[in-house]
Design a protein around this ligand. Structure first.
Ligand SMILES: [Zn+2]
Ligand SMILES: [Zn+2]
Length: 298
């Protein structure tokens, strides 16, 4: 899984921090989580074509998370986008898209909107997406994207059996025992395969601390969390319904996440991330504060 931070800013963008947008890529999937204003240019600068997008997840309908949507969909319309774009967001997402189309005209792409509030919202062969409601202004979702465990063939072991390239290989991959076409010996799929553990990424955007944060982030390989303010501005975090850095680090610790990436940091901290990273690391060591265009792999 590769994660590209297209925007790491908060309510007001800065010269170096765009409104939020996080691209999660694996296999042929490219999932954009939130789509702030300016995301199209961020795609250009990152040299990623937005036509690669397969899914858009919307955490909530605040402007800093959604202003980029109509422009991005217009561009896809003009780019002969051929896929079916799956959009997942909280209740009200369908209505808001109908408003966009009322203002700008119909988007000329094939897209489907799923409204979700709790539980599994997508189950594909390769991966699944779950959501839980957060506590912010209006309906807000946090998401987990889970790549499923996969049965892989041990190529070294396979060689020893001298199997011809045939549909039998596919059967083994699917966990079926086979009979060798030449020796007629039974071969157990188990003896040729191993389980590749899946991966889990959780994204928690704007919210107050609540019991669902630890639940959704449980055992995540990577937790991407908003951390608008440091603890010294707790009053501001509470009144705007946001997490502090301490909150986010505590969620990562309690959920036993492996890594924490903090984003959506208030413009007041400018380019100096030291107060953020220091506060986080005192609670959860494996923390990063990505800049726009940073890419990480898990
Ligand atoms: Zn926000
Ligand atoms: Zn918000």
């Amino acid at each position: 899984m590769e994660i590209t931070f297209l925007g790491t800013g908060s309510a007001i963008p800065t010269a170096k921090k765009n409104h939020v947008g996080t691209l999660i890529s694996f296999a042929d999937k490219n999932i954009l989580v939130d789509c702030g204003e300016g995301i199209q240019r961020q795609f250009k600068i990152a040299e990623i074509s937005p036509t690669k997008l397969t899914h858009i997840l919307i955490s909530h309908w605040h402007a800093d998370h959604t202003l980029g949507i109509p422009g991005l969909l217009e561009t896809l319309s003009m780019s002969e986008y051929q896929k079916k774009l799956v959009i997942i967001g909280p209740k009200g997402t369908k209505y808001n898209f109908s408003l966009f189309e009322k203002i700008y005209g119909k988007f000329r792409i094939n897209y489907e909107i799923k409204e979700a509030s709790s539980g599994k919202c997508l189950d594909d062969k390769l991966f699944m997406i779950e959501t839980l409601p957060m506590k912010h202004a209006g309906l807000t979702n946090a998401y987990s994207i889970k790549i499923k465990d996969r049965l892989r063939i041990d190529k070294k072991k396979l060689k020893r059996f001298n199997l011809p390239n045939s549909p039998l290989i596919k059967d083994i991959q699917n966990g079926k025992d086979i009979v060798h076409p030449v020796t007629k010996k039974k071969i157990k799929a188990k003896s040729l395969t191993y389980l590749e553990k899946g991966k889990k990424i959780t994204i928690i955007m704007d919210t107050l601390q609540n019991s669902n944060t630890v639940k959704i982030a449980k055992d995540a390989d990577l937790l991407i969390s908003e951390a608008s303010f440091i603890e010294a501005q707790r009053d501001k975090a509470d009144s705007y319904k946001h997490l502090t850095v301490k909150d986010a680090a505590t969620i990562a610790k309690k959920a036993k996440a492996k890594k924490l990436a903090l984003t959506h940091n208030s413009q007041r901290y400018g380019d100096d991330i030291s107060p953020i990273i220091n506060e986080a690391k005192s609670i959860f060591k494996n923390t990063i504060v990505p800049k726009d265009f940073d890419i990480i792999s898990i």
